[in-house]
Design a binder for this molecule. Sequence first.
Ligand SMILES: Cc1cc2nc3c(=O)[nH]c(=O)nc-3n(C[C@H](O)[C@H](O)[C@H](O)COP(=O)(O)OP(=O)(O)OC[C@H]3O[C@@H](n4cnc5c(N)ncnc54)[C@H](O)[C@@H]3O)c2cc1C
Ligand code: SF4
Length: 555
Amino acid sequence: MTPILPRRHQRGLPLDQLIRTAPPSAEALEMDVVFVGAGPAGLAGAIELAGLVQREQATGSGFPDVNIAVLEKAGSLGEHSLSGAVINPVALRELFPDKPDSEFPFRQAVSGEAVYFLTEGGSLKIPTPPTMHNQGFYTASLCEVVRWLGEQAEALGVNILPGFPADALLVSGTAVTGVRTTPSGLTRDGQPGEGYQEPTDVTAKITVLTEGTRGTLGQAWREWQQVRSDNPQIFALGVKEVWKVRRPLDRVIHTLGWPLPSTAFGGTFLYPLGPEMVSLGIVVGLDYREAALDVHQLLQRLKRHPLIRPVLEGGELLEWGAKTIPEGGYYALPSRRSGDGLLMAGDTVGFVDVPSLKGVHYAIQSGIYAARAAFQALKAGDTSAAQLAGYDRMVNESYIVGDMHRTRNMRLAFKDGLVRGGIKAGLMTLTGGAFPGGRIAMHEDAERPRELEPPSRRAVEPSPDGILTFSKLDAVFKAGNATRDTVPSHLLVGPDISPEVAEFYAHLCPAGVYERVGDELRVNAPNCVDCKATDVLGPRWTPREGGSGPKYRLM
Ligand SMILES: Cc1cc2nc3c(=O)[nH]c(=O)nc-3n(C[C@H](O)[C@H](O)[C@H](O)COP(=O)(O)OP(=O)(O)OC[C@H]3O[C@@H](n4cnc5c(N)ncnc54)[C@H](O)[C@@H]3O)c2cc1C
Ligand code: SF4
């Protein structure tokens, strides 16, 4: 066994690159409010804010126009969006009070559900835990939801800017004054090449970070402003496939147990997306112990299970993707999510309820609250931290924090393994979160030691058949990733990368970006699908040229 401590091989955040104190360029694009990230949080925020402004102006109060922009790193909306997804419609109903659910871009209502405990060859149906009930909710593709939200936002006059990743925060004193975008057209060694476009500064009275999971600017702002949380944020990696199937699936299915080892926390989901499609995914906590654990491999293994195989057989893999999920819950929430000229909403804050695997409605709802706080600040002509703290109060009094408080220790209970965790989680459900009292303390994922077993002691995987099971290279192709080969690497590799660490990274990355070649680490950066697992446990991820990465349509 070779022990590995991921933190020892990680670089710190490049804060000098991410926080820019120099004044914005004279050609800066001037906005009033800029949302960084066109996911559900950013788009819901922009829609709510544009609506508030329109309604205010309709009163004849003389309220001025407000320029709102949403920056997105994907080449077009939805291409970097990935979720399960079963969506609780509560927040969309609040955002569009005049629309019935039938107008939302859902695939279908949840008509049945089942939870199974899997062994390698068998399955046992178990009662659905109260936290996993999905009646009244809808299945959806997040790409489709995001594209639809983008249309609603544009119709309200919001400036949607895809292909514009935010590279750094512009700051003045303690205030955030906007963002700088990444340059494009750089050669592999970082020099301006053909079609070079220099970075654009986008200034704003209020910058709202809605970058999703493991947001780079959100991390930088918290470190710069020393905003703490009781526990560090922890993450899971989800790998997902969308299949065309021959027969409709009639239920939402979740499984526990195999193919995960008992030392890893996670589970799988299988959701119907209309009569001809299903989405299948596996989610594994990044505090797993075995360095050779490979989440993409586990998903391939899952598809050979007698419960899953018959659903997919005769069908076709349409799309593949991966993304991390913040799993730290209530105790990992930053003590404040607002500052001078800044708000943060959605996954970048960690608004996810892990036992129910839900984040979309919390992202939308927090985007709505961010918009309301921004609107009040613009009205008052005051975008200071004290004024914007109204956002934190709204979130703290809402069901977002209420739900997360009820399940506050549930994910954390699993840090000592599945069996002990399962018993504790049951008691927590029975006591509405009161058991065991207090907070279960966690380490950052990168602080958890890993063990690399010799190859002779690992399970032998059959080669992918290209029909039911796929290699990582095939998977990246199915993600639609067509990143320019000559783009400079956006992954900052840390010190002392031993052959064993290289192997750990190779298993960690679902997209085959890292390879151990002899005793060296090879980095195929263009393959990256921005899941951010690497940023949690390995080389740092930084924003790269707009439009790079996956081109999801159905995730
Ligand atoms: C496998 C999996 C299954 C899930 N299942 C469910 C489910 O069934 N139900 C549910 O409710 N939730 C589920 N979730 C969680 C849910 O998807 C998230 O909580 C939700 O998408 C968060 O929305 P968001 O807007 O905060 O972030 P995101 O949806 O991640 O959107 C963030 C956007 O910001 C962009 N961005 C990031 N950095 C930059 C930058 N520097 N510049 C410009 N743009 C940037 C990204 O490209 C992205 O488009 C699941 C998540 C995963 C990974
Ligand atoms: S390099 Fe990192 S962020 Fe990119 S796909 Fe691999 S694990 Fe995910």
